[in-house]
Design a protein around this ligand. Structure first.
Ligand SMILES: [Zn+2]
Length: 146
C-alpha cells in the first residue's frame, strides 16, 4: 500500500511555485510564532484577538507618510510607534524597566495586523500629528494634570 502525502494531481498541477508559497506561508507562521512566543498565553491570545478582530488602527499622516498604530483594548487605547515602543504600563514595567521581554501584546497585535492586513487605516494631515497623539494619551489617562 502506498501512502500519498499529496494527491498526484496537486503536485503536477501546482508545481514548484505553489510549493514555494506553502514554504513562504510556513515562514510567515514562524515569524508570527516568534512574535507571540515572547508573551504569556493570555497576552498572546489578547494580541491575536485584537489583531484579527479589528482592534488595531493605523493612523497615517499625509503627505509625510509617517504613521502610528492605536491598539484598542479593555484598558483603553494605547499608542504603538512602529514595532519599537508602546505607551502602556506593561511595556514600561516589563520591557523598559525589568527587561523581561521585547514587546507587549499591543506591539504584537500591531505586527500581526500588519502581516495579516487586518488593521483599519485612518488618514490625517501632517499638522494633526500632535493633536492625535495628545488625544490618545489623554484617553489613556496619561496626559498632564490640568
Ligand atoms: Zn503595550
Amino acid at each position: 500500500m502506498r501512502i500519498h502525502l499529496f494527491p498526484s494531481t496537486f503536485i503536477s498541477r501546482a508545481g514548484l511555485p505553489h510549493m514555494g508559497s506553502i514554504v513562504g506561508g510556513c515562514s510567515e507562521g514562524l515569524k508570527r510564532y516568534g512574535t507571540l512566543s515572547q508573551l504569556s498565553w493570555g497576552s498572546a491570545l489578547k494580541a491575536l484577538k485584537s489583531a484579527l478582530k479589528g482592534g488595531v488602527e493605523k493612523h497615517v499622516f499625509k503627505p509625510s507618510g509617517r504613521y502610528v498604530y492605536v491598539v484598542r483594548g479593555p484598558t483603553g487605547p494605547h499608542l504603538v510607534m512602529g514595532d519599537l515602543a508602546c505607551s502602556c504600563l506593561d511595556y514600561y514595567l516589563n520591557v523598559v524597566i525589568r527587561g523581561k521581554r521585547k514587546l507587549c501584546y499591543h506591539i504584537a497585535a500591531a505586527i500581526i495586523s500588519e502581516e495579516e492586513g487586518t488593521f483599519r487605516v485612518i488618514e490625517h494631515r501632517d499638522p494633526e500629528f500632535i493633536g492625535v497623539i495628545k488625544g490618545v494619551i489623554s484617553a489613556e489617562g496619561l496626559g498632564p494634570d490640568p
